[in-house]
Design a protein around this ligand. Structure first.
Ligand SMILES: Cc1cc2nc3c(=O)[nH]c(=O)nc-3n(C[C@H](O)[C@H](O)[C@H](O)COP(=O)(O)OP(=O)(O)OC[C@H]3O[C@@H](n4cnc5c(N)ncnc54)[C@H](O)[C@@H]3O)c2cc1C
Length: 460
């Protein structure tokens, strides 16, 4: 069957509207084997793993929808786009790709090529090569520094001779990769990050994918956990809809939500855990999405474009998303943070100014509508992705230590796939396996049929 854009749109709208098993009006279950806090990628992966072991799970989610930082927006424009994550990685080991296909979604490799702009013209081949060489030198310097005794900032080890490309290299390696400037980023964390170059797109959107994978899970939406009473024996999660008692809990909220104290713990969770979370605070990353009919930029479907810049006041353009008239200008790091703090209007003004600088005012005259995400202001996430401060990389391991019968999961707890959906998913499976082992539902030794995540861990 050929899928037209219209049928794709209506299908994705239907997915987004799919009812979760427990509507918010229905009573919250009082008991479960495992309670999961948060229905983002990590929470849904954890819930599926617990269910697969035939144990009772309940997921409580503060927001009114499943997905967390994976949200497909099919209402703002006449084409759908992802407000948060848009690409998966590591096709050989990523279970989400197989799962996406199993629920009838279309996954395919995303564009790998990047176009470079120098002012109003495209970069020449020689200039692009010069830039790539600068990027290799910068990466190599970070890798070498990461093998040293002391963790330090990526900015402090950058080669001096990056020249005209210094700003662009800083943007790509820092703000665009981790949502933070290189001076705030640990060389060890950056060097340990697994390669994310092989990007895989889900045509219907990553938010749609997480929603579909969560469809059969008992998720209580608009039900924030406000207080968690815990011990080595059991855990009691208080919400506005009532209390759930469980034998183990998996907490997947972002590091910023954890350190903001939105969830109270009794007794307090260890200072060691909170210190670790604060060293892994979230960077800033946002999409400023424009409806630009008629392709006035003259770019191909899903083209990615960056500019030569001598500062980090720059962005990445993702053009003609999925063949639609939507283009996303992505901003991040301290520049993106300041801009998003000023609000959507300021973000729209920057997008116009930046595109006009690169393509001329004729190209931007036809902008029909602009909408920008502001993840830092999103109360249940409070940022984009975790990135370690210099000296903080070991914190990721600390976050995986059990706290009584509670386990933390989420992208920040992944040593190499931090900041990704894949990492969040894998962390959810891993936490679920630890919780299942605690309640005696899984043996300590590897099970007869290894799960996807144990298979992947064995491979490394
Ligand atoms: C703009 C942007 C672009 C990105 N692009 C990519 C990309 O292309 N590829 C990629 O791999 N990654 C990308 N990422 C990162 C990726 O989105 C995240 O790493 C991943 O989605 C995190 O999943 P998670 O389950 O760990 O956390 P979350 O998705 O944050 O899930 C945590 C959940 O907990 C809920 N919650 C919070 N407080 C409470 C409470 N008190 N009670 C109950 N529930 C609560 C939240 O509402 C949320 O749903 C991007 C992120 C952003 C913001």
């Amino acid at each position: 069957m050929t899928i037209t854009r219209r049928s794709f749109l209506s299908a994705s709208a239907a997915f987004a509207a799919a009812p979760v098993l427990r509507a918010t009006a229905a009573p919250l279950p009082r008991e479960a084997d495992v309670v999961v806090i948060g229905a983002g990628a990590a929470g849904i992966a954890a819930a599926r793993r617990v269910m697969a072991a035939n144990r009772k799970v309940v997921v409580v989610e503060a927001a009114s929808q499943i997905g967390g930082r994976c949200i497909t927006d099919s209402t703002t424009f006449d084409a759908a786009f992802d407000r948060g994550a848009r690409w998966m990685h590591n096709p050989d080991t990523n279970p989400m790709i197989r799962l996406a296909r199993s629920v009838g979604l279309d996954v395919s490799p995303a564009p790998v090529g990047q176009k470079m702009r120098i002012g109003r013209r495209n970069a020449r081949a020689g200039e692009t090569e010069e830039f790539l060489a600068a990027l290799v030198r910068a990466n190599r310097a970070i890798d070498e520094a990461s093998r040293g005794k002391l963790d330090t900032s990526c900015a402090s080890v950058l080669p001096k001779e990056l020249g005209d490309w210094a700003g662009t290299a800083e943007f790509l390696l820092g703000a665009n990769f981790a949502g933070k400037d290189l001076k705030e980023l640990s060389v060890i964390d950056k060097a340990r990050a697994q390669d994310r170059n092989s990007a895989i797109a889900c045509k219907q959107g990553l938010g749609t994918l997480i929603t579909r994978l969560g469809e059969q899970m008992p998720v209580a939406l608009s039900t924030p956990a406000s207080r968690i009473l815990w011990s080595n024996r059991d855990v009691s999660v208080e919400t506005s809809a009532g209390k759930i008692v469980a034998r183990a809990a998996i907490i997947t909220v972002s590091t910023n939500v954890l350190t903001a104290g939105a969830i109270k713990f009794a007794p307090d969770i260890p200072k060691r855990t909170l210190d670790a979370a604060s060293k892994l605070s979230l960077g800033s990353y946002d999409h400023i999405v424009l409806q630009l009919p008629g392709n006035p930029l003259g770019l191909a479907r899903d083209d990615i474009l960056i500019e030569q810049s001598n500062s980090t006041r720059t962005a990445q353009l993702f053009a003609n998303i999925g063949g639609s008239s939507l283009c996303s200008i992505d901003v991040g790091g301290s520049f993106g943070r300041d801009l998003s703090e000023q609000g959507e209007q300021a973000m729209a003004a920057f997008a116009r100014e930046w595109l006009t600088k690169l393509f001329g005012s004729e190209a931007t005259a036809g902008i029909k509508k602009i909408s920008a995400t502001r993840w830092n202001a999103s109360p249940f996430v409070m940022g984009a992705m975790s990135a370690s401060a210099p000296g903080g990389q070991l914190s990721r391991k600390i976050l995986t230590e059990p706290i009584g019968c509670m386990y933390l999961a989420g992208e920040a707890t992944h040593d190499t796939l931090w900041g990704t959906v894949d990492g969040a998913w894998e962390s959810g499976e891993r936490a679920a396996e630890a919780a299942l082992r605690r309640i005696g539902a899984l043996r300590d030794e590897p099970p007869e049929l290894p799960t996807q995540s144990t298979k992947r861990r064995q491979k490394r």
